[in-house]
Design a binder for this molecule. Structure first.
Ligand SMILES: [Zn+2]
Length: 137
């Protein structure tokens, strides 16, 4: 009788040690976008992509009927829209390859607040500033 209860106590202690050992596995090393946030940013990119495609179609239609000044504006707008579309497609491609939200230059994670404002951002704010300044410090 006494023997049985002592053995059961030993078994309980072993099980307890096992559960505490399994707990140390969750250790985050860097901030990663949650699945929900990523989905939200993907939807924003798809929406902007559709907008740019519409805009390019409209600009292409307006081209032939325009005078010289309007045509110059149309070309500038078309270049801007085309460039934005390339950036949006590149961001969607990074989502597919799992590299989205990582700065292309320094590899550090781009803050979520920056991605919410600029979902197609490929660089962190620091690297973007360095590039805009022509590489000067
Ligand atoms: Zn960077």
């Amino acid at each position: 009788m006494q023997q049985a209860s002592v053995r059961r106590l030993g078994a309980d202690r072993r099980r307890c040690a096992m559960t505490t050992a399994g707990r140390s596995a969750t250790r985050g090393t860097r901030a990663v976008l949650s699945a929900g946030k990523l989905e939200q940013l993907r939807a924003a990119l798809e929406e902007q992509r559709a907008f740019r495609i519409d805009q390019l179609a409209e600009l292409a239609a307006a081209d032939s009927a325009a005078d010289a000044a309007t045509a110059a504006v149309t070309v500038a707008l078309r270049d801007g829209a085309g460039y934005a579309l390339v950036e949006i497609d590149a961001a969607l491609n990074r989502m597919r390859t799992g590299r989205y939200g990582e700065c292309l230059t320094c590899r550090s994670p781009i803050p979520t607040e920056r991605l919410e404002i600029l979902p197609m951002a490929a660089l962190c704010a620091g690297c973007q500033r360095a590039r805009a300044g022509g590489g000067r410090p």
